[in-house]
Ligand binder design. Structure first.
Ligand SMILES: [Fe+2]
Length: 322
């Protein structure tokens, strides 16, 4: 697969092509071209979505950047599409889909994210906590766009696994979570079990997250992953599920728009307040709005067999049938 990068355009940004898709940016927008159409997105919206798609390795199921453009993960290969999950584009037959190897598409996305992110702009940060992405090319922010994602093997705080967050390790308490207690649990392990009996303060851990809408894997029990995240402003992607996904609202409030995964027609609006639990079905897509920074626990089953099991009728698209 050939990935083409041009010399910088008059705004200082390279143009990237992979397959039959071409991406170019100017001071305010990205323009995406494919053989049967073109599409524009505001560059801040595009970079925030691109950052998540890169950091999450294309995530579970579908990452819609908006109602037209996105990627669908097949865990080894990835579809990149325009208009595929949009009824109007499909009826007009201007939709387009191409399949790439995971590594080729990732290489293209990483290069684009690096070239198009300017000094002082962090696509992972809440809008009030970072600079502007607009204007001509100006420096870079590689430290932000190559940030390492937290993926615990067993659990945060376990010896040789992900450490807890502290002021000293560069994770101060976020401005919206200054009231969150920071005490850590007392652990009294029998001698020899110090690496087996572990505990930490999850609320304190999330209160020190420096990013938004970025689930961290903080514990793993076989395929069961706890992925808490701090949320503020808008989920930068419209996530199309390929499995049931549990949301436990740990603090504050998130408003969710739920649509049919394939057509985009509206299905529900869900207001999750602290303590609420929702099981998002496997046939929807969703976007969340968090008016102030909030804490969300996303609980995922990571088994790559689930999409096949749903397709074969061996697993339901719902967590519970009443
Ligand atoms: Fe989701």
């Amino acid at each position: 697969m050939t990935i083409t990068e041009t010399a910088p355009n008059r705004h200082g940004y390279r143009t990237f092509s992979i397959g039959e898709f071409t991406f170019q940016r100017d001071e305010y927008f990205v323009t995406i071209e494919w053989p049967t159409g073109t599409h524009q997105m505001a560059i801040d919206v595009f970079l925030r979505a691109l950052q998540r798609d890169v950091a999450w390795g294309f995530f579970y199921g579908i990452v819609n950047f908006d109602s037209v453009f996105g990627t669908m993960n097949h865990y080894g290969t990835v579809d990149m599409f325009a208009g595929r999950f949009n009824d109007a584009y499909r009826r007009a037959e201007v939709d387009h889909n191409e399949t790439f190897s995971h590594d080729d598409l990732m290489e293209c996305f990483v290069a684009m994210l690096k070239d198009w992110t300017n000094d002082g702009y962090d696509p992972f940060a809440a809008p009030q906590e970072t600079g502007q992405p607009f204007g001509p090319a100006s420096g870079d922010n590689d430290a932000a766009v190559t940030r390492r994602r937290v993926v615990a093997t067993r659990m945060v705080s376990v010896p040789d696994d992900e450490p807890i967050r502290t002021d000293e390790s560069g994770f101060p308490i976020n401005r919206h979570f200054l009231d969150v207690p920071q005490d850590e649990p007392d652990i009294h392990a029998e001698p020899g079990y110090e690496s087996e009996v572990c505990a930490y303060n999850l609320y304190a851990y999330i209160s020190r997250s420096d990013v938004t809408w970025n689930p961290s894997v903080v514990s793993a029990c076989k395929e069961s992953l706890y992925c808490p995240t701090s949320e503020e402003f808008i989920l930068p992607v419209i996530h199309g599920n390929d499995r049931v996904e549990w949301f436990v609202q740990l603090s504050d409030e998130i408003q969710w728009d739920i649509e049919d995964r394939d057509s985009g027609s509206k299905r529900a609006r869900v207001i999750c307040k602290a303590g609420d639990v929702a099981a998002m079905p496997a046939d929807i897509r969703h976007q969340g709005y968090s008016p102030k920074r909030s804490m969300l626990l996303v609980w995922e089953n990571a088994s790559n067999r689930i999409p096949e099991m749903i397709a074969a009728g061996q697993a339901s698209v719902r967590a519970v049938d009443f």
